[in-house]
Design a protein around this ligand. Structure first.
Ligand SMILES: Cc1ncc(C[n+]2csc(CCOP(=O)(O)OP(=O)(O)O)c2C)c(N)n1
Length: 556
């Protein structure tokens, strides 16, 4: 499809390329450096979310890409915008998310003079992004934007940065349009799948680890059918718990921070691990302790869409360069040679680990709140979070049941929950969207609550406030017991903040107050903040600050 035959400016060509690629919304903080693009967006039908900080904008675009599998789009201005936006680029790189950052640049004539807000984007983003380039020839805009989409979506997906010199954007362009880009699919070979069938026939204790992006309902349907037919237990990698229904009898839990020790032991002792779509990163591999390096103790089959990741740390017995879709379909064509082994024990371990609330010092019990939420929220509710010990209660007690319901960073970036939730509610207005935050975490991008209010997005944001940067305090007590340094926080009244921004706010100081506050937030129809104050002594679901401090002192 060609949108235009009229003479277009470079900026109009760019915006036309976005439409041709199916873009419906972009996230930005405006800058004078790309005014012609803002003007071309005016009548384009593409919606704009104006953010309060480029960090928020880039994380919204990253979340969009993570959820949809097509690049999230972010526009920012020169140096100040680009540096602020770097958070989303780091996340997209570590989390393998397709996204494109368009960034303004000084006029071509001024390049290299250290002109106003000039930056060398190649140097700055070069090791983060899959591709960094500048569109300096007007007639190549279509080609460059098309390549940006293709690159972001290919193989191991990731971020692309395209810089747009100020003087290029208003120029007339004869650029042809780029066609719609489909992500490149790679499929396993027949010989590889035959070998995998042999490995499965010989295995007594197989395990499947699901992770990464590029999944679809269809692919996960193939996975479900495969594991049922072969009796293979399934676990998910760090923060990809939404890839498998946690109540399915083959589900064994998620590997990540605070993983069930019984799950870790089972995976370690398995004789065949099939890693599908997962990188087997530091957190999933329990600090590189799960598998021997470079050759794992069990037979490892590593199926991944990027060839460079297979063998990066672990030499697989069988490496398969394939996308999740193609690999899942191929798995589903394999024939079991015997009746499926029972995977019920692994599932029971998971249920036992997550079933009951745990005692917690103070008047607020986070495990009881998570258990209430998992009973109350619809299965398609989307939970977004950043980084902090509070997320340990989500991992352990919330039960994800549908693809795309867990939106959290693999790279543990604080401040992600708020912008991700704004992006998700813009994408799915009818679904329940939560941002779950720590108190430190929340204020890293809490300004985007204003964006939720501006666009009428009734996201519910929980702020778990223990008046400390708890994760760091935990490490501090472990290594330097009793010497609290740089981790205390004095917090505002977050419920009052919500009201002053035009949203709904409530405070919770005991567990029983949580459900009514949450129901009131839902009933308000407004973007909401529920400020939950809890005792920092309950630092993880399973231990206390004093216990950590005491055992550190005993060790000393
Ligand atoms: C952007 C960013 N800065 C710093 C860190 C290091 N860090 C990890 S967790 C954490 C503290 C989080 O505190 P809070 O949000 O209050 O949650 P809690 O751990 O108390 O539950 C910090 C500072 C990080 N992961 N990301």
């Amino acid at each position: 499809m060609t949108i235009h035959s009229r003479t277009r400016t470079c900026a109009q060509v760019l915006v036309d390329q976005l439409r041709l690629q199916g873009v419906t919304r972009i996230f930005c903080v405006p800058g004078e450096s790309y005014l012609p693009v803002l003007d071309a967006l005016h009548d384009s039908g593409i919606a704009i979310t104006v953010c309060r900080n480029e960090g928020g904008a880039s994380m919204m675009a990253e979340a969009w890409g993570k959820q949809t599998g097509r690049p999230g789009i972010c526009f920012v201005t020169r140096g100040p915008g680009a540096t602020n936006a770097s958070g989303g680029i780091h996340i997209a790189q570590q989390d393998s998310t397709p996204m494109i950052l368009f960034v303004g640049q000084v006029e071509r004539d001024y390049r290299g003079r250290d002109a106003f807000q000039e930056m060398d984007y190649g140097a700055f983003f070069g090791r983060l992004a899959k591709w960094v380039a500048e569109v300096s020839e007007p007639e190549r805009m279509g080609e460059m934007v098309g390549r940006a989409f293709a690159t972001a979506m290919a193989g191991r997906q990731g971020p692309v940065v395209l810089s747009l010199p100020h003087d290029v954007l208003p120029l007339a362009s004869s650029s042809p349009d780029a066609p719609f880009v489909e992500a490149l699919e790679t499929a396993p070979g027949d010989a590889q799948m035959a070998e995998l069938e042999e490995l499965l026939a010989a295995s007594e204790r197989p395990f499947l680890i699901l992770g990464g992006g590029r999944w679809s309902e269809k692919a996960l349907g193939h996975i479900t059918s495969f594991v049922e037919r072969f009796g293979v237990p399934v676990c998910t990698s760090f923060r990809r718990a939404h890839l498998f229904d946690s109540l399915h009898p083959n589900y064994a839990g998620d590997l990540g921070l605070g993983a069930n020790p019984k799950l870790v032991a089972r995976v370690k002792a398995s004789d065949l691990v099939i890693a599908a779509g997962a990188r087997l990163n530091e957190l999933t591999s329990q600090g590189y302790s799960l598998f021997d390096i470079p050759v794992p103790q069990m037979k490892l089959v590593h199926a991944y869409p990027g060839a460079e990741e297979i063998g990066r740390v672990y030499r697989p017995h069988l490496g398969i360069h394939a996308t999740p879709q193609a690999f899942a379909a191929a798995l589903d064509r394999l024939k079991p040679r015997r009746a499926p082994a029972a995977s019920g024990a692994a599932h029971q371990d998971y249920l036992d680990w997550s079933q009951q609330s745990l005692p917690q010092p103070g008047a607020v019990n986070l495990s009881e709140i998570m258990i209430w939420l998992r009973g109350h929220l619809p299965a398609d509710a989307i939970l977004c979070n950043g980084a902090g010990n509070y997320s340990g209660w989500i991992h352990r007690f919330y039960r994800f049941r549908r693809l795309g319901t867990q939106m959290a960073t693999i790279c543990g970036f604080m401040g992600y929950g708020v912008p991700a939730s704004v992006a998700m509610k813009s994408l799915y207005p009818a679904r329940t969207v939560l941002a779950i935050n720590g108190d430190g975490d929340f204020l890293m991008n809490g300004q985007e609550f204003a964006t939720a209010v501006q666009y009428g997005l009734p996201v519910i944001m929980l702020v778990f406030d223990n008046a400390t940067l708890g994760t760091i305090r935990m490490h501090q007590e472990r290594d330097y017991p009793g010497r609290v340094s740089g981790t205390d926080l004095v917090n505002p009244d977050f419920a009052a903040m919500a009201r002053s921004f035009g949203g709904f706010g409530a405070s919770v100081e005991k567990t029983a107050d949580f459900a009514p506050a949450f129901l009131a937030a839902e009933a308000s129809g407004l973007p909401s903040i529920i400020h939950v104050k809890f005792d920092a002594e309950g630092i993880t679901p399973s231990t206390t600050l004093s216990a950590i401090r005491d055992s550190a002192r005993k060790r000393a």
